[in-house]
Design a protein around this ligand. Sequence first.
Ligand code: DX5
Ligand code: ZN
Length: 217
Amino acid sequence: MAMRITPSILNADLADIANEVARVPSSDMIHFDVMDNHFVPNLTLGLPVVESLKKHTATPIDVHLMIEDADTWAPQYAELGCESVTFHAEAAKAPIRLARELRRLGSRAAMALKPTTPIEPYADIITEFDMILLMTVEPGFGGQSFLDSVLPKIRRTRELVRKTGQEIWIQVDGGVSVDTIGRAAEAGADVFVAGTAVYRAGDPDAMVNQLRDLAIT
Ligand code: DX5
Ligand code: ZN
């Protein structure tokens, strides 16, 4: 199984995003956290910044929307050319319709679950998605500790994906590091967001490659 590393620029120098993205050329995607101070108690960046960043990098953009009213906003990120758009199950009114719209606009469609939101209610609709994001911290801030309590849900999600026979990626986000990535990979994750681990490393690009190697072994 291919393992993908998606550095989160939330933990980078946000006044210098284009250069921060250029520091991690080995990345499979760049993870872009959008927060609205309503769905989560923090505020980051939105559409105009993604639009600008798109002009500075060829690396695919993986947008993670931690916002209310995902149904209205998510398609606009797909229209900007974001390769993957993730909305939260807890925030979308019509997740199937929204996933289909994202795909129609040419983006991969992804759905995120907070650490305590179960996957089972969504078992019948996971084929509408290209990726399921299982949060391994409460969304809102970088630099938190990986929640081992999510590992059983990763395993159950991998089993549900296997039964579909489709290639649906399972992404984990929060507290991913050299110490935790092995456990997440063993449980069945294959896409790894890493903010602090990458951007606090002396050599961020070497860390991207090290994390990928640790996920494979
Ligand atoms: C948290 C964000 C994450 C965060 C990850 O709500 O969704 O993407 O930036 O940061 P680390 O890797 O430091 O936990
Ligand atoms: Zn994120």
